[in-house]
Design a binder for this molecule. Structure first.
Ligand SMILES: [Zn+2]
Ligand SMILES: [Zn+2]
Ligand SMILES: [Zn+2]
Ligand SMILES: [Zn+2]
Length: 802
């Protein structure tokens, strides 16, 4: 998904293998990105471009005039089944294939408004009604939709508007009696009912404030850093030759303190499971729900009622404003390139969008000067670090009026030593040109140059505006490439930077079946972005921070106490609770080009036990842990049991298969059978897995879900507490995983009216989640509602006092 599709990748690698050795050497030995780009792109042949075009054709990104009817009918089916969310998504797909101002568009919006009404999303329903009318909703269907509008307004307490809508409706009946008598009677009755509702509501005193203002006091940085934008004053930027740039604590930091709150410089929604058509889909049109259907393509907010781009079917936005902004900033160029961008992958897309965004940055006096200075020098400047130093030197020299020795500021900082979230900082992220393999560089360079040629063909004008952007030119001038390839070299640089600097933007998605009251959550990857300030953080396999996202904004909080002078660290992915030392080391070396020396890795290397407890097996006769490589023997001195690893691994696989069957039963609401199946799994697991094995935890978790669905809160809580213990051993008592698990337990106690247990668990869950997310988080708000609800309960006669 990040890299180009497999077919293009292997095509290019084959092309590379067939190049004469001398050409390969020239490209491998090229020192500047400009040379790599120019050498590679001169090898891009028309037949290569044709091949890429053929691959792109597999993606349906344009508007297909036959699709709206198909999606509307599929949506109606879901609507009949009362799956209103499913219906909404299908109507949205219908809208995205409709041309503006057509009956197709208006019908899709109108149907979607009905589904939204059933979902209780009255505001959004009203928006869709307006949209349906804007695109020419047929007169004959108007009355039904106007009634829905009136009903929404009543439910939202907007009674005057509701009355107005109703009287408009009545007068239009009077003017045009086009309805059949029976229809008219139904309408009359509904109108009557609505009027009564309005009267009732008007009698209620207005005690409910329109919008519950949330306490967001902690959502902003307490004191902003003077040196680094988007960071708190509790951190400071340092640099040294070995670590590069990094952040340290300038004072003692408490768990939960907000350290960085940064909006992405650029982000691109991951198309996720979108598959090209030739991969054998049953229908020409895809009815599956992907992230692209649920999240705004610009701001990443979740939206059940997106508005699509007028020109394509793949870009969808939460609002007209987001659509307009995206169009002005980058989508006017990207719109026609959708299929190509899907083929070339997210990294290419991020690279393109970064350079498009650079056009809009304020190119100040300093950058213009800098650009002039460097372009006039007749020296060939080597890449990366030196580029950065040169840029920095010239910035410094400017203020000192030639001659005097200047202290080189930290790379990426401006003339005053300030580090900001801007294109200049993005350009200063290291592309690690010397670390990437020659094949990878060739693949990136050819993909980018194919993209450049398409751009030139599609919108030469855009390219010209891009080239006159002095910011882009200034940042790229040191590599001294010809005008026409500035754009390409800049994109190649970004593409190479992304392997180490891409940040996955994630969201917490609620999961769980419809009849299930306990909501579970899982983290999903939504987008890939660049965050220049977050990029300053170094990695640790046991970090002291926690990162979360709202829309495109990343927040980094201290997850534990950080002493003054300590480094602020976050985890690039290989976390000690998810991977063994060897696997982590391998991953960090191949993707990030460094050997991890964090305490977890140091400690792990000297440890003798092979597996952590959540992956350990136990002895079938005495239940002590068993250890060893090929053959594992019991750790209990008085026991002689031993068993081969292969045997245990295949038992584990069998067990996981059985758990899978149980989950399917659970999903289909066959609760009793699911429980039987799970109890069998639990019994089996006990005989060979450690009590803290992650699969044991999963089985307990599923049992808790099943009992909760049956309304047996006591059993549910008992099983969830066992699962909680496994999570605690693996992720630690104050981990975010623990927070989610405690949240579930709180819901169970709450639903079972176990008041003291519920309050106790709510407090624990709140404490853990606050550290990771701050008070704005949905789960925390939910916990607070539960708490106030419980505290309002009348005391149980004879029950324990709280
Ligand atoms: Zn948006
Ligand atoms: Zn578009
Ligand atoms: Zn490590
Ligand atoms: Zn034993």
């Amino acid at each position: 998904m990040d890299l180009p599709v497999e077919e293009w990748k292997s095509y290019i690698l084959e092309k590379w293998a067939l190049l004469p050795k001398s050409v390969q050497v020239t490209i491998s030995k090229a020192e500047t990105l400009s040379d790599i780009f120019l050498h590679s792109s001169s090898l891009l042949q028309p037949e290569d471009e044709m091949f890429l075009k053929r691959l792109s054709r597999g993606y349906l990104v344009g508007k297909d005039p036959n699709a709206p009817l198909f999606y509307r009918e599929e949506g109606n089916k879901k609507f009949q089944e009362k799956d209103y969310t499913g219906a909404t998504v299908l109507y949205s797909k219908g809208v995205s294939h409709s041309r503006p101002n057509t009956e197709d568009t208006s019908l899709c919006y109108a149907n979607r408004s009905a589904a939204l009404f059933h979902l209780g999303q009255y505001e959004t329903c009203l928006e869709d009604i307006v949209r349906a009318q804007m695109h020419g909703y047929p007169e004959r269907l108007q009355p039904k939709m106007m009634l829905r509008k009136a009903e929404c307004l009543v439910l939202l307490g907007r009674l005057q508007e509701a009355s107005q809508t109703i009287s408009d409706l009545e007068s239009s009946f009077a003017a045009k009696p086009t309805l059949a008598a029976s229809q008219f009677q139904i309408l009359q009755r509904t109108l009557c009912r609505l009027k009564m509702k309005i009267q009732k509501k008007e009698n209620l005193t207005e005690t409910v404030s329109a919008a519950l203002t949330k306490a967001f006091e902690d959502m902003d940085l307490r004191e902003e850093n003077k040196q680094i934008s988007s960071a708190s004053a509790s951190v400071s930027l340092c640099t040294d030759p070995f670590k590069g740039r990094y952040l340290i604590a300038t004072k003692d930091i408490l768990p939960g303190e907000l350290l960085v709150k940064e909006d992405a410089f650029v982000s691109v929604l991951n198309p996720a499971e979108v598959l090209p058509l030739h991969l054998g889909l049953e229908s020409k049109w895809d009815t599956r729900v992907t992230n692209g259907d649920l999240y705004c393509h610009r701001c990443l907010k979740r939206s059940l009622a997106p508005v699509p781009c007028d020109g394509c079917s793949y870009a969808k936005y939460c609002s007209q404003e987001c659509m307009q902004q995206a169009w002005d900033l980058y989508h006017n160029i990207e719109c026609s390139l959708g299929a190509l961008l899907l083929t070339l992958g997210v990294f290419c897309h991020v690279a393109l969008r970064s350079t498009l965004l650079a056009r809009f940055e304020d190119a100040g006096e300093v950058t213009r000067k800098l650009c002039g200075d460097i372009s006039n020098k007749d020296t060939r400047l080597p890449e990366s670090k030196n580029l950065v130093q040169t840029l920095s030197y010239d910035l410094g020299g400017e203020s000192e009026k030639n001659g005097k020795t200047v202290e080189t500021p930290i790379p990426g900082c401006d003339i005053n030593g300030k580090y900001e979230n801007n294109y200049y900082a993005v350009c200063n992220l290291l592309p690690h040109t010397e670390n990437h393999s020659a094949e990878y560089k060739f693949l990136c360079a050819l993909s980018i140059s194919a993209l450049c040629r398409q751009l030139e063909a599609a919108s030469p004008q855009a390219l010209m505006t891009g080239l006159t952007s002095s910011k882009l030119k200034a940042a790229m001038a040191p590599v001294l490439c010809p005008e026409s390839s500035i754009w390409g070299v800049a994109m190649l640089r970004h593409m190479l930077q992304l392997q180490c600097n891409a940040q996955a933007i994630t969201a917490i998605q609620q999961t769980g079946s419809k009849e299930n009251i306990i909501t579970d959550s899982r983290q999903v990857r939504l987008a890939t972005g660049i965050f220049p300030v977050v990029s300053l953080l170094n990695h640790s396999c046991s970090p002291n921070t926690s990162m979360s996202f709202v829309s495109t904004v990343a927040t980094v909080r201290a997850s534990q106490h950080i002493g003054k002078g300590q480094e602020i660290l976050h985890c690039y992915g290989p976390h000690e609770s998810r991977m063994g030392v060897a696997e982590r080391q391998q991953k960090l070396r191949s993707q990030y080009f460094f050997d991890c020396t964090c305490p977890a890795c140091q400690h792990g290397k000297h440890r003798t036990t092979a597996e952590p407890r959540w992956e350990a097996f136990c002895c079938c006769s005495c239940r002590a842990l068993i250890q060893g490589d090929e053959v594992l023997s019991c750790g209990n001195a008085s026991c002689t049991e031993s068993v081969s690893r292969d045997h245990l691994v295949s038992r584990l696989q069998d067990l996981q298969q059985q758990v899978g069957i149980a989950r399917k039963l659970l999903r289909n609401g066959k609760l009793e059978r699911a429980i039987q199946q799970l109890l069998g799994c639990q019994h089996d697991a006990e005989s060979f897995l450690s009590a803290e094995h992650s699969v044991v935890g999963e089985i307990e978790d599923d049992l808790a879900q099943a009992y909760a669905a049956l309304g047996d809160w006591q059993k549910s809580a008992a099983h969830l507490q066992k699962s909680l213990r496994v999570v605690e051993v693996r992720h630690g008592p104050s981990s975010v995983e623990m927070g989610h698990e405690l949240f579930k337990l709180a819901q169970i106690f709450f639903n079972g009216f176990a008041v003291p247990e519920a309050l106790n668990t709510i407090r624990k869950a709140e404490k853990v989640l606050l550290v990771h997310y701050g008070p704005g988080n949905d789960e925390i708000q939910e916990l607070q509602k539960m708490k106030s609800c419980l505290l309002d309960l009348p005391p149980i006669p004879g029950g324990p006092s709280l």
